[in-house]
Design a protein around this ligand. Sequence first.
Ligand code: WTA
Length: 653
Amino acid sequence: MSDADHLFPVTDAALAATRTTAAQYAANYARSLSDSDGFWRDQVGRLDWMTPPTKMGNWSWDPVDIKWFEDGVLNVSVNCLDRHLPHHADTIAIVWEGDDPKAPVRRISYGELHAETCRMANALIGLGVQKGDRVTLYMPMIPEAAMAMLACARIGAVHSVVFGGFSPEAIAGRIQDADSKFVITADYGNRAGKPLQLKGAVDKALEQCPDVEAVLVVRHTGAEVNMHPERDHWWHELRAQVPATCTPEPMAAEDPLFILYTSGSTGKPKGVLHTTAGYLLWTNMTFETVFDYRQGELFWCTADVGWVTGHSYIVYGPLSNAATVLMFEGVPNYPDVDRFWATIAKHKVNIFYTAPTALRALMRDGPEPVDRHDLSSLRLLGTVGEPINPEAWLWYHRHVGKSKLPIVDTWWQTETGGAMMTPLPGAHALKPGAAAMPFYGIVPALVDAEGKFIAGPEGQNPGPNEGNLVLTRSWPGQARTVYGDHERFTQTYFTTYRGLYFTGDGARRDADGYWWITGRVDDVINVSGHRMGTAEVESALVAHPDVAEAAVVGYPHDIKGQGIYAYVTLNSGVEASDKLLTELRYSVREHIGPIATPDHLHLTPALPKTRSGKIMRRILRKIAENDFAALGDTSTLADPSVVQALIDGRLNR
Ligand code: WTA
């Protein structure tokens, strides 16, 4: 029996803590499909509405038009703040742990978070931000990031958070695409003991964004930055001039809440758009149900607010439940490889949610750094972002979970808003590496290349089976469009298999009906849980004047999950050199950011192409995987000798 076949039954502790037993899950799931309207009608009371909705789901995927709770009116910041004030004004909303373990811990109560959010909302109004305007955030992991998001929500502005590791050029592209006239940033962040320039990066980006009218700058490290006299404003100065209350804007359920850029198979990153009610309800419900969150517990999600995981499970899901979250500015291995475990012990974290890549990196140091700390506060563990290999799952379970704690392996995407497939800790036995079961209302199915159902939908033809993962029904947390390009939304997700939502992932369904995500089947690579489009990296490489052509593929990487392997052909007459390789890496950092830097840069005189000129990526993938014994049919290649040359020069040996 292989590790992956291990079955870890529901523990007594998980059962005692659960709000969802196996029988309840089965009943709820069945009803969520057979009586969708009734099921969701029972859930709308999770939120405070200015006008409660009478309509539930009203959607079509052909043509694509998705609405949930469409006649409801509400405000997201009221749901995350105001409604908690009667009972939780003094409950801590955010515990902040800095990059430097000696930095003073900040503890921000719901009362304070409400006041600060209102102040920031008033400051934004003062700068001219109006309902519907897009506001770009480029922030470190500090409570002001959450305040800025909630302040936008309070006044009906649409935030677009750009991860703090993206380059000025990437920021500029996102500001331009969203046509955003306002930016919120900080002077600097801290990362592993080094300052991370944020305002400076924004200044550089704004050289290309003449339409930006105002920049609000949070003073975090206090290091010196340039302030543009008309355009830039210090948050602490405006803060002193505005009141601590702000009337929330009534928002229609389908008004936009935020845009978040994410990579796909082709072209530039897409501005995935989420709306108000459905997204909030989905994150509220999945947070409470998947993590079995109990009032007073401390929840720690290690993601950055610049990714969807941070949006949904640091900000909107937890705060709409009056939960207490830990927000961590640093990295897992600074100042030492025990930082996660030291932090769990220091703050008595109850629920810990992290990415497989972090676990794989920390596993290399063995269990000793974990064992150094008292982790007895932990009750539940979770993972997200990429498939977790059974070895990492078992290590997490044994050493962090002391062979007792359930692990919820939550599969979802930027486009899905919140968790879609996951075990529920009190309902499902666990299998290392399986995303287990669909959440309420979710109908996964497998299709073959032609779009014929292999397994599912809705129980037909059950496993074991493997194929491309599609979803057959809409859910409240679903993205509604790509900002400014609805056609691209339709093309990307709903035309590969007409009328079905194509996830871009492959999956397997086993004989017990458990779902296993096998990874992306499109040209998206998942590097340390970060989504990267191969086309984006290619275009950053060909931007170099000496490059003729580039082809980028992913390959299995022990720690990152996938690494980036780039094949590059140079213009004729250009000599390869170390200097050129450095410049190519720099080009990627400049256009996208350090996270997209190729692990291997393979300079080659030619790429394998069909006679019609199409690059044969399948072959490039195999060579990058160092698995070229079975390359398949190469007879359609224009010049088959190219393949042997690539094999001889391969870099991942
Ligand atoms: C992958 C992150 C396996 C998957 C929330 C998906 C996972 C992509 C899991 C979305 C998981 C996420 N098991 N694979 N538990 N969670 N993925 O948009 O390939 O950054 O399509 O959202 O990450 O990445 P995104």
